[in-house]
Design a protein around this ligand. Structure first.
Ligand code: FAD
Ligand code: MLT
Ligand code: ZN
Length: 457
């Protein structure tokens, strides 16, 4: 029996997609930068089907790429060389168990249990990405400052290994120190160690009082000081601290329909501060007092508090719309860096000096988490622009002991750049773990780790 007939036997006709038109979208990443030419997409519906596919592929040394919502930004979810195709995971029950400390329940939406609990993760791609993709990329997003990373909120998961073994790590406990905590290997390993099929996640209660301020600062130092003040004075109710610079704001206003500047004039920097708490009057009073003090001290030069749900969503749309506005503006060189906040904007300014008028250097990100999204926008991709950006951006980040991937992962784009952030010994151990779990390298090869290191180990 040939491969296709075998897959049809386990998945039925509907689970084996070969129609070129249908495959075209999945062959292209969200950035439209990486394009594969694979001719087969498998759509399993159960863990058992995933297991059967992998067992077969492993026995035949056929490489596969797990794909969720295909919103990844580093080329991790498209087959790019000789991979057989994708395992498209849309039909896998996605959000299987959501847990809070006292209740356990199953759910298929992002907001759970009749909306009494929320997902601790929120990101601009929320309409399209999937929980398996989120966990596999260890996505960060807008509320990490409050709820921490998925390494903290994922309580357990189920993953299928390359040889088809189903690994049940679906704990729902907050504390469990029995041996190595293997689930962490699958959080952030970008589909290179296993396919995540179920997740249990700690869900915070949905609180009734949410406030959002859209503020302007004249310089980056003020944004930074504002962050320190917000942490001190808003304390436990602070739930997001995001920033964008004027170049990012201009792009959004130019390219996204229906958005207008909430402030009356342009400023150099914009900060969004969100609070989430349980007592409306107390929370609002606290935020208003904080804003007054920040204006008196000159840290904030202008600002507005969202008055209703429509304003809240349009303020968020400005921040969350930057990636889309960039895509509309042309070619994007995208970098996602962790840096000490006091160093972050120095890099942006150095990059502007290097590039001059050849490109528009745009900065935004999760300032509260020390996460800079440095994006360089140009009419098209050229070697000359790229050579001014790389390896400079990686060397600079490494020199300041930052990370070349704060939250997007390494994917294909940065697989061979890992040494800028990890020691040779760490990379070697990662390669050995990969070899142990996936000796035939069938799971998302060419991603995460440099092929040169993998072929040696
Ligand atoms: P995909 O893109 O399909 O895959 C991503 C990686 O995970 C690939 O390597 C793939 O092989 C692997 N994978 C997917 N599903 C599975 C699975 N079930 N098991 C094993 N491996 C799997 N990221 C952030 O961290 N923070 C943000 O704030 C953020 N905002 C974004 C905003 C926009 C507009 C866009 C387009 C992207 C944003 N991202 C952000 C990036 C992206 O959305 C995240 O990386 C997301 O977690 C990817 O999920 P996905 O389902 O689309 O995964
Ligand atoms: C964001 O924070 O908007 C996302 O990580 C996407 C991006 O960096 O472009
Ligand atoms: Zn981000």
């Amino acid at each position: 029996m040939d491969d296709i007939s075998y897959f049809k036997k386990i998945l039925g006709e509907r689970g084996v997609v070969q129609d070129e038109e249908k495959l075209d979208d999945a062959n292209t990443d969200w950035m439209r930068k990486y394009k594969g030419s694979s001719k087969l997409m498998l759509q399993p519906r159960t863990t058992e089907e995933v297991s059967q596919i992998l067992k077969y592929c492993n026995s035949r040394c056929l490489a596969v790429v797990p794909q969720g919502g295909n919103t990844g930004l580093v080329g991790g979810s498209v087959p790019v060389f000789d991979e057989l195709g994708w395992i498209y995971l849309f039909h896998i029950p996605k959000f299987l168990h959501f847990m809070c400390i006292f209740s356990i329940f199953g759910c298929h939406c992002r907001i759970c249990f009749w909306c009494r609990f929320i997902m601790p993760l929120d990101l601009g791609a929320k309409g399209s990405c999937q929980i398996g993709g989120n966990v596999s990329t260890n996505a960060g997003g807008l509320r990490l400052i409050r709820y921490g990373s998925l390494h903290g909120s994922v309580l357990g998961l189920e993953a299928v290994l390359a040889n088809g073994t189903v690994l049940d790590m679906l704990a729902s406990l907050r504390k469990d120190n029995t041996g190595y905590d293997l689930k962490h290997l699958f959080i952030g390993s970008e589909g290179s160690l296993g396919i995540v099929t179920k997740v249990s996640i700690l869900t915070p209660p949905k609180l009734s009082s949410v406030n959002l301020a859209f503020l302007a600062c004249e310089d980056y130092a003020s944004c930074q000081k504002l962050l320190l003040e917000a942490k001190r004075k808003l304390g436990e109710i602070l739930s997001a601290f995001e920033f964008l610079d004027v170049n990012a704001m201009n792009l959004v206003l130019k390219h996204l329909d229906g958005l207008r500047d909430p402030l009356s004039s342009m400023h150099n920097f914009y900060v969004l501060i969100e609070t989430t708490g349980s007592m409306e009057s107390h929370d609002k009073e606290k935020l208003e007092a904080f804003l007054l003090q920040s204006m008196d001290s000159g840290l904030v030069t202008d600002g507005v508090l969202a008055q209703d749900i429509n304003q809240t969503s349009s303020f968020w749309h400005i921040r969350e719309g930057v990636p889309e506005a960039l895509m509309k503006a042309g070619a994007v060189y995208k970098y996602d860096l962790s840096l000490p906040p006091e160093k972050m904007y120095e890099l942006v300014e150095e990059m502007r000096t290097r590039l001059g008028s050849a490109a528009n250097v745009v900065a935004y990100g999760h300032l509260g988490d020390g996460n800079l999204h440095l994006n360089i926008s140009a009419p098209q991709y050229t070697d000359s622009i790229l050579s001014k950006i790389e390896p400079f951006v990686y060397e600079w980040t490494s020199k300041h002991r930052g990370s070349i991937s704060a939250e997007h992962g390494l994917g294909l784009m940065k697989a061979d750049k890992i040494h800028y952030s990890k020691s040779p010994e760490s990379v070697q151990l990662m390669a050995e773990i990969k070899k142990l779990i996936d000796p035939n390298r069938i799971l998302n090869p060419y991603k995460v780790l440099p092929s040169s290191v993998l072929s040696q180990s």
